[in-house]
Design a binder for this molecule. Structure first.
Ligand SMILES: NC(=O)C1=CN([C@@H]2O[C@H](COP(=O)(O)OP(=O)(O)OC[C@H]3O[C@@H](n4cnc5c(N)ncnc54)[C@H](OP(=O)(O)O)[C@@H]3O)[C@@H](O)[C@H]2O)C=CC1
Ligand SMILES: O=C1OC[C@@H](O)[C@H](O)[C@H]1O
Length: 383
């Protein structure tokens, strides 16, 4: 049977849009996918020259690169390069919009796309604040459109493998959790207008990096078969200010799943953390360790409990679940979007709105309690 082909409209031509489009051009069979396929119908930028340059660069992909498959096989055939985002939303040849703009624009762009009748995959963090997200979900429901936060990590082979471990019950009940996304970002070498540093673009570690410790909190604790708390709350938080632009150089927050465990979540732009463990779930029978990096981990470890001989796990083991060669890792979420739209779903079971809402709520609490310039940044909901 021919694969179901979904037609994408790409919003913006920056770093992440480049990685996403690359993956749409990779042969789906490289990741053993044959039921869905991708086509790129339009690319929108703030300038038509930038959109055209973006398309031309992909059309000129060298033969030896994995994305050359898509160029040869018509993924870019007839693609339009346009100088406004609205032209992409209005394009009848587009089924679904990918939003790859800075954080503060996610709500505006996604709302415009939904109102034009398009399905949307929007980069993380979904929106700046919960009120914006609530509004988008209401529009998607009303118009019966698919809407998803682009949390690519949830669709990686490792995420499925770890879910199986938790379902097997061999680790037992969770006792402690911690997750970290930290890096030595060259803070002082970047212009203060960089999206990671500019408060007006939602800069700082929390909004950019916070979705990743949150992914592991959701996958390892929230979705753990032992957890019954559907509304885990932030108990306390702390942020440190980067004095040049007043964004957070680091954020820490403590979440409680009542009756299950607490989790300590961290982001840091000023210092890279311990590279072998980005998230750790300690359970009654043994510990689960997710290796760095949190956004694209390819291995987990199982450890006996650290003290006394009290857990059922007696030996350390390491399990490798690589992302298919030639793929950046965004192709998996793109395949999920295609399948959901094919199956007439408005949300994905692996990244449901309810879980985006929980994560967004945590980011709201930490941000608004903090001392940074983004604490008072308002979103565009209702405009
Ligand atoms: N899933 C993941 O692994 C990653 C996700 N991200 C997320 O993707 C989003 C974009 O990040 P990234 O690609 O690194 O950012 P870039 O700065 O590289 O690109 C953002 C693009 O947005 C468009 N844009 C529209 N308005 C503005 C504005 N006022 N200032 C700057 N750019 C603007 C521009 O494209 P144009 O001029 O063509 O309109 C620009 O190229 C963020 O929300 C980030 O969190 C980022 C990195 C990795
Ligand atoms: O989403 C992301 O993942 C990779 C990081 O390097 C980047 O800052 C972030 O936006």
């Amino acid at each position: 049977m021919a694969p179901f082909t979904i037609r994408w409209g790409i919003i913006s031509t920056g770093g992440i849009s480049t990685k996403f489009v690359h993956d749409l051009l990779v042969d789906p069979s490289s990741r053993e996918v044959s039921d869905v396929a991708h086509k790129i119908s339009a690319v929108g930028s703030r300038s038509v020259e930038s959109a055209q340059k973006f398309v031309d660069k992909f059309k000129a992909t060298p033969e030896n690169e994995s994305a050359a498959w898509g160029v040869k096989n018509g993924v870019l055939e007839g693609v339009k390069a346009v100088g406004t985002y609205q032209e992409v939303y209005n394009d009848p040849d587009v089924d679904v919009i990918y939003v790859g703009t800075p954080h503060t624009l996610h709500h505006r762009n996604t709302k415009d796309a939904l109102l034009a009748g398009k399905h949307v995959l929007c980069e993380k963090p979904f929106t700046l604040e919960s009120a914006e997200l609530e509004e988008l979900i209401a529009i998607a429901k009303d118009k019966n459109l698919f809407l998803m936060e682009a949390v690519w990590t949830r669709y990686h082979p490792l995420a499925y493998a770890v879910e199986e471990v938790l379902k097997s019950g061999k680790l037992g009940k969770p006792k402690r959790f911690s997750a970290d996304f930290s890096m030595d970002f060259p803070l002082d070498d970047k212009p203060t207008s960089h999206r990671m540093l500019d408060p007006a673009l939602g800069g700082g570690s929390l909004l950019d990096m916070g979705p990743y410790p949150s992914v592991w909190a959701m996958l390892l604790v929230h979705r753990n078969p032992h957890n019954k708390d559907t509304d885990p709350k932030v108990l306390t938080s702390h942020q440190t200010v980067y004095e040049k632009t007043d964004v957070d150089i680091n954020s820490r927050w403590l979440v409680e799943w009542k009756g299950t465990c607490q989790g300590q979540l961290m982001t840091d732009l000023g210092s890279a953390g311990f590279q072998e463990a980005t998230a750790v779930l300690q359970c009654e029978e043994g510990d689960l360790v997710i290796e760095y990096p949190p956004y694209r981990s390819e291995a987990y470890q199982i450890h006996p409990r650290p003290e006394r001989d009290i857990g059922a796990i007696k030996e350390k083991s390491r399990h490798h679940h690589p992302i298919a060669e030639g793929n950046n890792g965004m192709s998996y979420e793109a395949d999920e979007v295609a399948r959901c739209i094919r199956d007439k779903k408005t949300q994905s079971d692996r990244m449901p709105w309810e879980e985006s809402k929980i994560t967004q709520g945590w980011l709201d609490v930490v941000r608004t309690a903090g001392p940074t310039a983004t604490a008072h940044l308002k979103g565009t909901a209702g405009q």
